[in-house]
Design a protein around this ligand. Sequence first.
Ligand SMILES: [Zn+2]
Length: 606
Amino acid sequence: MHVSQTFIPTRREVPADAVIASHRLMFRAGMIRKLANGLFAYLPLGLRAFRKVEQIIREEMDAIGALELKPPVMAPGEIWKESGRWEAMGDAMLRAQNRAGADLVVSPTAEEAFTALVRDELSSYRQLPLLLYQINTKYRDELRPRYGVMRGREFVMKDAYSYHAGEAGLDETYQAMGRAYRRIFKRCGLSVIPVRADSGAMGGSGSEEFMVESVIGDNTLILCNACDYAANVEKAACRPDHPDPAALLPLEPIDTPGVKTIEELCVFLQTTAKDCIKTLIYRVRQAELDLSGAPGCAGLLRRKNAPDAPEVYPEVFVAALIRGDLDINEAKLAGVLKAPEIALAADVDVVRLTGAPVGFAGPVGLRSLPVIADESVSAMTCAVTGALAADRHYRHTAYGRDFSPWMLTDLRTVRAKDRCPVCGGELYEKKGNELGHIFKLGYKYTRSMGVHFLDENGKARVPVMGSYGIGVDRALASVIEEHHDERGIIWPLAVAPYQAVIVPIKYTGPVKATADRLTVELEAQGVETLLDDRDERPGVKFNDADLIGIPYRIVVGDKNLSGGVPKVEFKHRKDTGSQLLEVPKAAETIAGLLRGELTQLRREYT
Ligand SMILES: [Zn+2]
């Protein structure tokens, strides 16, 4: 391909909002242009790289037997109402009405669409498992789209959904998908950190996120400096660090006028946060956890919309306890309660439930709601807590003697310097961006949308479901984040928009003839080649070649063509040194090198 015949508008300047390398370089290399906030057009060079990433994903999906579909981007609002997400998605979902007044959704994800398709076709266990995927456009009305295609409003995702007769089949597909994801990222040249993700509250029993390290990442990862433990902070655990038990002293009420926060308490009582119990009251909606027998929960159980959906508690309150120097991890608490949504209770509810103003809640004598304690509390034998009365606290509170929680579990937010739960090493934090997520979804959609099949005994059953996503734009941008220098992109061969670029010093005479000949020969050998035939100074062409990052560069100049066998200069974008190749053998040598490197890569990832 001749540069003069394609459309690669390179630029020197950078848009003011391009704060990360991939955004800057994709703009400068003429790969993308912004059409509106969060909406990008891929230009020819960008689209070539995009298609390479897409193709790698497609090959690996096909290799594990996944079947590609092409559902519409617009989905009927009806199926989103069935799943219960019409409301839950809020303003992130773009809605429209057609001329007949029917609700439509610009798909932000496709659990509903795939499940609706499967529901209409599924009748027998013999059709299962089903593993389906699409590589398709999505739209999420992000409040603040940023970082180029890394967080755009319109984007392309590969999303796969699997349907199984039982958990064992789901587990098999989930494992195969995890291996496929590792191969995909490896082939793209991406160093990913697989982390145990928060599977949320929706009955998922397995979930893994594939993260890349990124300063602008919106996930906090907890990693171990001694082993490969890696977890999203929402799910991260740590070893307990209980202090030695203190001597038991009689429970003692003390007047604490106007003292409400842990900090004020520490000053007032000359104590440390480690010796206080923090009590927080939460409002919990749609909890699926069995709370029968828990204080304050009798008679609240209701069945969710669909006939065989599980029973839930529309709204309950719980008290969460944790050592004063630690923080409650609300994702963990929501997970324990199997609730999609929890929030701190309003002051009026706190007063009603604790019988005291806000700031004086405590577990001693608290019987109006279930008390859920973090494990840190179980080692506390001489603690300060609220006394359920205005301006009153207890000291010398002992776990097990003065109170016993309804449930003791892990609710702690893990931080850097806590101890690894696996090996005891020191944990540290990193910011990460999610590139992919595999997730055992369970029965959430198949149940709410009424999917059934007949099992071997002719009994109607609900299939179990998995979901598996990769953001294609984000993966491409992440390749550039990982592979660039101050001069431009350094494409890994497998995703490079072109594999070789020929730079004639001056596109005339014997130089032109040689450059043309090499282009024809390389393309005949299957090397995707760009010939810079522009009438520009060599410096401009070299700068552009470095900027757009084509892995192999061949420079054709008068100097090396005259005297003896004509030669050209050959150089890897990633290396500083170059070598001379004899023109008659150059194309074959370069094609051989390319095949070798691609084969090597294939060997590494399989
Ligand atoms: Zn460790």
